[in-house]
Design a protein around this ligand. Structure first.
Ligand code: FEO
Ligand code: CA
Ligand code: CA
Ligand code: CA
Length: 595
């Protein structure tokens, strides 16, 4: 990578230092900026929500009216009348942690208590909250608001697109295959040009188990995604209290009981935040995998692409190209635009060239003989289809960001300790035991989001500088040396551009791991895509990851998420239990963030 000593004109702030203190329980931002906790797990969303109890004794009914846990992807939707001072903030709640309950997650006689399971399901999903600047110009949450809403693991959702009503989507509880309850593991997100939010379902496979060994061995739609096939489901054992999560086939029940329930997750969920009565829609044309994000690239002619990473070691990067175009003069025509289109998977070749391979039934061997009876099966088993096409296995693709003017596309490959062993190295994933991750960027041919060829290069390899030594005085191994021009970090995850073209990078690594000692607590950094300079803008409390990022349209307010802090945050008093929190960042002089 090229290195430049010239300071970037895009980065106007003074960087903050790495924070290595074991008891660091703050959010640190540059001089001249302020970070304010804005929306924490348990805060009221609906006006009749009970006040959050610090001992976590709120029951599942209360949780359904309060902010969920593990805030992740989010987006600010402005009201057209006052875009820079009034909007809706939509925030994903990815998963739950033991401090959700007074005494952590419990098990009695091999079963999870139903009340705990229900609270955990209630704490997943998303929050829609109305936000507005008050008379003093300070952003506040609006309460009550007709827009405020909690989406959870219970919320009924419509299934649309090629899998709607398909045999593979039917269960004993939903013989129509048209309606599913809830969304789970809502990691990153996306938005459309017509003002809707896209919730992405990431590690849904961890919520199910299939105990039938023979069935599991041949059921690609379970096995290829890593469902548990013995003991309890990998995350919470919900199936011990709620039959819906036991995907073992049951021949005595219509549609095999819940064997198809795992088929109803792994999609993009489209939500209209401005219509609080609207039913969220699972869009199956996007394909089913462990989707991190869904990042829009909009062409001048209204054609578009949505880019996604499948965040698992050795999985792929996809893009979905809707058949139709966005027509700004007629946004209602976009209502079902996401039901028809082409799903592609990326193949990165040597010499910086790449191709998008279409996942289209009948093409490239995606035929009945190979287990793909129709386009519905191709989408349901997108990973297996991508295997067959020869897609490039990546080092855990997380977020994708598209440059606001050039449409250059960036992706974080967060890390992969199995590279070189589980997956052989390839041109785009070079480092064995890639613990620090890297960022790749590419240009679609003709800057056309729908192009099928691109050119790519490494933007940077994360890790320590050349010549770095460990705390013990040994040389840092070559696979952990990076090419960062500026401040040190590991495991890039969240990624987004602001309108001026600053690239914001959020990190997610195990901050107590000895390999991460030089990195300190997790961080938000800002990079200049031209000279590749990287500067640290924010550091979060011990044990958290920094994720989620959005702005008011004038870029004078920025919100980020502190997810799963280990110490007392936001109370920072050494005793109140930690709470995932949306943090508001403003500049004291009212200026644009980053300038
Ligand atoms: Fe939920 Fe891949 O992070
Ligand atoms: Ca996370
Ligand atoms: Ca992530
Ligand atoms: Ca991550």
């Amino acid at each position: 990578a090229c290195r430049s000593l010239a300071a970037s004109p895009l980065l106007g702030f003074r960087g903050v230092a790495v924070q290595q203190a074991e008891d660091f329980d703050q959010v640190l931002v540059p001089e001249g900026y302020r970070a304010r906790p804005f929306f924490s797990w348990g805060d009221a969303v609906l006006s009749d929500a009970p006040a959050w109890h610090p001992d976590a004794s709120d029951d599942w009914q209360a949780q359904l009216k309060q902010a969920g846990d593990n805030h992740d992807g989010m987006h600010f939707f402005p009201f057209p009348e006052a875009p820079d001072s009034h909007g809706l903030l939509v925030i994903n709640h990815e998963y739950v942690n033991p401090p959700l309950h007074p005494n952590g997650m419990t098990l009695a006689d091999g079963r999870r208590p139903l009340d705990e399971v229900k609270k955990e399901q209630a704490a997943h999903g998303a929050s829609v909250i109305e936000v507005r600047k008050d008379a003093d110009g300070q952003w506040q949450r609006v309460m009550p608001s007709r827009y405020n809403r909690r989406i959870s693991g219970f919320t009924p959702m419509r299934i649309s697109g090629p899998l709607a009503g398909h045999e593979a989507m039917k269960t004993v509880a939903d013989p129509s295959g048209l309606e599913v309850l809830g969304t789970l593991n809502n990691c990153s997100s996306g938005f459309t040009p017509w003002g809707t939010y896209l919730i992405c379902e990431e590690n849904w496979h961890n919520y199910f188990v299939n105990h039938d060994q023979a069935d599991f061995a041949r059921r690609v739609s379970h096995k290829r995604y890593g469902l548990a096939n013995e003991g309890m489901s990998k995350l919470y054992g919900w199936e011990t209290a709620d039959a819906r999560f036991d995907a073992t086939p049951d021949a005595s029940q219509p549609h095999g009981g819940y064997v198809n329930e795992p088929h109803r997750f792994g999609w993009v969920v489209e939500l209209d935040p401005f219509d609080p009565d609207s039913q969220p829609v699972k869009r199956t044309a996007f394909g089913r995998y462990c989707r991190e994000c869904s990042a829009l690239s909009l062409g001048d002619d209204g054609r578009m692409a949505f880019y996604s990473g499948d965040d698992t070691k050795g999985e792929y990067i996809y893009k979905f190209v809707p058949s139709g175009r966005f027509d700004a003069a007629n946004p209602r025509a976009s209502r079902d635009l996401l039901d028809e289109g082409t799903l592609y998977v990326a193949q990165f070749s040597a010499e910086g060239r790449g191709r998008w391979l279409p996942l289209v039934h009948g093409e490239g061997g995606l035929t009945a003989v190979n287990g793909f009876a129709s386009q519905a099966e191709v989408l349901l088993n997108a990973r297996a289809a991508a295997d067959l096409l020869g897609a490039t296995p990546m080092d855990r693709p997380e977020w994708v960001a598209v440059h606001p003017t050039t449409r250059e596309v960036y992706v974080t490959l967060t890390n992969n300790d199995g590279r070189g062993t589980r997956q052989p190295a390839n041109d785009a994933n070079l480092r064995p035991a890639n613990l620090h991750g890297h960022i790749i960027r590419w240009n679609e041919a003709g800057a056309d989001p729908t192009a099928t060829e691109f050119t790519w290069e490494f933007f940077l390899l994360a890790g320590e500088p050349e010549g770095a030594t460990t705390a013990a005085g040994d040389a840092v191994p070559a696979n952990l040396i990076g090419t960062i021009n500026g401040d040190l970090f590991s495991s890039p995850d969240g990624l987004a551009f602001d309108q001026a073209g600053r690239l914001w990078i959020e990190t997610d690594y195990e901050d107590r791991d000895t390999v991460m000692q030089a990195m300190g607590c997790n961080q938000l950094l800002c990079a200049d895509p031209q000279n590749r300079e990287v500067r640290r803008f924010l550091v979060g409390p011990r044990g958290c990851e920094i994720t989620g990022i959005t702005w008011s349209p004038d870029y004078r307010a920025m919100w980020i998420n502190v997810q799963h802090p280990a110490l007392s945050y936001p109370a920072s008093d050494g005793k109140t239990r930690p709470r995932s929190t949306t943090v508001l960042i403003t500049k004291n002089d009212g200026g644009v963030i980053g300038t």
